[in-house]
Design a protein around this ligand. Structure first.
Ligand code: UDP
Length: 424
């Protein structure tokens, strides 16, 4: 490839590529970001409605055990002290989540941890040993909790019997024999004070961005970059060669109810199968808001099909086997790196995305080593010549440099527009 315009083509402008861009631009690499949506940010995008940060694509609470990741995020934003303590609603009753002594007390009126453990063991007779979601869940919490708080929610969330799902999904939720409603076990938790969109914009501020741009219709953009970081669906990248992976989609219904506090909690799950949505989010509670109005969003899960947004990879043995075939193709690529939930076909949380992006960037640095050395040499030549000038000469040099760069960017931009067929 002869002198490509960009070092990196970042396909998708979600959190994964925002971190890659943040690191790459610190190294002076040139990035072009494309996204098919009308805004950057992927699914962490937040928008203001009535002065409330609305999590447009579902609730995003940052939580991690990884101190380095937490410190990295804290360098990009100020995190508030939000701790998720959601509730589950079932046939007119509310239960605390995750499954802990509050939940068991509400269900059985039992207060002693030992008695709760005994009750769960009684409900798991005879123990079932085939490894699937249903068996795992019953073995952990017993049949009552499973039937009231898990089965209905899980089957509408994933659109299939719980027996067909991987037991890994239930392992996401803590189970505690203490009174503690903290949904996550992680020591570091919070939500960015000014919303996620601000972080994303800051990370991409030195990149060129093309929105409304679908990669599948613009694959030629890859010719303009040394390396592509692709965060779209991996099966789509390979034109579904081995078949289609399954995804779960969502429909969000956002409302402004006629009150200032709708449900008194950020998240309430609806665990009955008959209620078509899985949860109601009340966004102001993520930031302890006391605005005069409120905004709520109902989340309706649905099967993914072309034209819908894929939110979740579906962890079944069929999909895992199919992904293994696609990942073998990905591993053989020298100029493309796959990332994010869709590129890796993994149900990753935000902290895992950040960790993965930081680690992958080190791999990218190795691949672009020659380019990074050139950059360092250019910078040191530039710095030497500046040092040898008087203050007046430095000012003049700055103006000349600014003009050169301005023209350079202008011509690169013009060329890019032509190359992308956006200008004649
Ligand atoms: N889950 C459930 N009942 C609940 C909450 C969660 O059965 O009230 C199960 C369900 O299968 C879900 C999984 O636990 O898909 C993981 O839940 P999590 O809250 O991590 O889902 P996310 O917020 O990622 O959609």
């Amino acid at each position: 490839m002869k002198n490509p315009t960009y070092d990196l083509l970042l396909v998708g402008s979600g959190l994964y590529n925002a971190i890659i861009a943040n690191e790459a631009t610190k190294d002076g690499l040139k990035c072009l970001v494309i996204d098919k949506r009308t805004h950057p940010g992927g699914n962490v995008y937040t928008e203001k409605i009535n002065d409330i940060n609305v999590h447009t694509y579902g609730p995003h609470i940052f939580h991690t055990k990884d101190k380095e990741v937490w410190e990295y995020m804290s360098g990009l934003c100020t995190m508030n002290h939000f701790i998720l303590t959601p509730l589950a609603y079932h046939k007119g009753k509310l239960y605390n989540l995750p499954f802990n002594l509050h939940t068991f007390y509400q269900l059985w009126g039992i207060t002693s941890p030992e008695a709760v453990i005994k009750k769960i063991q009684e409900q798991n007779q005879p123990p079932v040993d085939e490894d699937n979601f249903e068996n795992k869940a019953i073995s952990l919490v017993g049949k009552d909790v499973y039937n009231i708080l898990i089965k209905g929610y899980t089957e509408k969330q994933w659109g299939r019997p719980a027996r067909e799902l991987s037991s890994d999904i239930i392992k996401r939720l803590p189970l505690r024999f203490v009174f503690n409603n903290n949904y996550f076990d992680d020591p570091y938790q919070g939500i960015p004070v000014n919303g996620y969109t601000k972080i994303i914009e800051d990370c991409f501020k030195q990149c060129d961005i093309l929105l409304n741009t679908d990669f599948t219709e613009n694959r030629n953009l890859q010719e303009n970059a040394s390396l592509t970081v692709y965060t779209g669906m991996i099966d789509e990248y390979y034109d579904y060669t081995y078949g289609t992976l399954e995804y779960r989609s969502l429909r969000f219904e956002t409302e402004i109810p006629d009150c200032s506090n709708y449900q008194g909690a950020a998240v309430v799950n609806y665990t009955e199968k008959e209620v078509p949505y899985t949860r109601i989010i009340e966004h102001k509670h993520f930031e302890f808001g006391n605005q005069p109005t409120t905004v709520i969003t109902k989340e309706y899960p649905l099967d993914w099909q072309k034209g819908l947004e894929p939110y979740y990879p579906v962890q079944t043995s069929r999909n895992e086997a199919l992904y293994t075939k696609y990942s073998a193709l990905a591993a053989a690529e020298s100029q493309v790196v796959f990332g994010g939930r869709l590129g890796l076909y993994k149900y990753l949380n935000m902290d895992q995305i950040v960790r993965h992006a930081l680690d992958t960037y080190q791999e990218i640095r190795k691949k672009l080593k020659k380019r990074l050395i050139e950059k360092t040499n250019q910078n040191s030549r530039f710095n030497r010549s500046r040092i040898s000038n008087t203050a007046g000469q430095v000012a003049a040099l700055r103006i000349v440099n600014a003009c050169i760069w301005k023209n350079f960017f202008r011509s690169v931009w013009g060329y890019s527009l032509q190359a992308f067929g956006l200008s004649s």
